[in-house]
Design a protein around this ligand. Structure first.
Ligand code: PMV
Length: 334
């Protein structure tokens, strides 16, 4: 039996624009997906994912997803979660050269699904890591990130950046621009997350931005403006560029700006906007949606307890928590 965990993430800046080669800065947070894998002596894959949804589900299928039986939970949920586990299994089989390897897989996660916190990347990274190690093969963090990216891209019809999977594999704060992925230093970032209890469809939201960008030059300009904003924002991560307080204040202003640009690209929602405003009114340095949007989470910067308290009383906010930076990426537990 082999067990790996991998963290979720928030975007300090740059989601959506990163899909078109602009830079982005995601930061891993201490909310993890843990995947347990046990090799089987046939080619079946059995997946138990009791806390990916309220209902939970267990499915078993032979070889590929084509052999999957009907299960008594919403198809979209099974598809979403199974798609990533399936793609992770394929990547692990390919990495080890064992196309017919079978596994019993258990997924546990404290990252809400589809809420902008990188749940799918965390499951994919931890799944590939545990399945390859179960077969006696250890991938480097970069190989793992690359395979996880390929798995995500396969599920999302090629519409994925390397940001989520790289961040989850290596941990900490990272900078991603096209294929160039690197770990970066950040000051202590007092992240507060608000979750509306909902989810967005990443594929649909990415396709919406793509269509808008094609239709209007000013939408394409908005995407490149997000890139400019990230290039400005990342300079503030460097301690050489001002006092910690001043840099945090300006990072917050840029997060507010980033949210406005994402809003204009049509990926915010009423509940995300109301959590963003609640955080700003509580005195956060700044707040923005994180991830694909449409519903899910916002991230605010506030070292005081004010934003956390305000979010807990904001209609439409189901859960609020402080998110610590996860300095480790994938963790090899057993
Ligand atoms: O909501 P998430 O965690 O799936 O993040 C999506 C981030 C996007 O930039 C919108 C897409 C991507 O692949 O980078």
């Amino acid at each position: 039996m082999t067990v790996s965990s991998a963290p979720g993430k928030v975007y300090l800046f740059g989601e959506h624009a990163v899909v078109y080669g602009e830079p982005a800065v995601p930061c891993a947070i201490e909310r993890r997906a843990t995947v347990t894998v046990e090799a089987r002596d046939d080619d079946h894959v059995r997946v138990e994912a009791s806390d990916l949804s309220l209902d939970g589900f267990t499915v078993e299928y032979a070889g590929t997803t084509d052999g999957r039986p009907d299960v008594d939970v919403p198809a979209s949920l099974v598809e979403a979660a199974m798609g990533y586990v399936d793609a992770a299994v394929e990547q692990a089989r390919e990495a080890v050269g064992r196309p017919d390897a079978g596994f019993d897989i258990t997924v546990e996660s404290s990252i809400p699904l589809g809420a902008g916190l990188g749940s799918s990347a965390a499951v994919t990274v931890a799944g590939i890591d545990a399945a390859t190690r179960e077969l006696g093969h250890e991938l480097s963090a970069r190989e793992l990130a690359d395979r996880a990216y390929r798995a995500e891209a396969a599920v999302q019809d090629g519409q994925a950046s390397r940001a989520d999977t790289f961040c989850s594999a290596v941990g900490g704060a990272v900078r991603v621009e096209g294929d160039d992925c690197r770990a970066i230093e950040t000051p202590n970032l007092p992240f507060v997350v608000g979750f509306d209890g909902g989810a967005g469809d990443t594929g649909e939201l990415v396709a919406g931005v793509r269509a808008l960008k094609k239709e209007y030059d000013f939408a394409a300009d908005t995407v490149s403006t997000i890139g400019d904003l990230v290039r400005t924002g990342e300079r503030l991560l460097d301690p050489e560029n001002g006092s910690a307080d001043d840099r945090l204040t300006e990072l917050g202003r840029l997060m507010n700006f980033n949210h406005g640009l994402l809003e204009s690209l049509g990926v915010s929602s009423r509940s995300l906007d109301s959590m963003v405003w609640a955080a700003r009114e509580a005195g956060a340095h700044g707040a923005k949606l994180t991830g694909a949007g449409g519903g899910g989470c916002i991230v605010a910067l506030d070292p005081t307890p004010e934003t956390l308290t305000a979010l807990q009383f904001t209609p439409g906010c189901e859960e609020a928590f402080r998110a610590e930076l996860a300095t480790d990426g994938v963790r090899r537990l057993e």
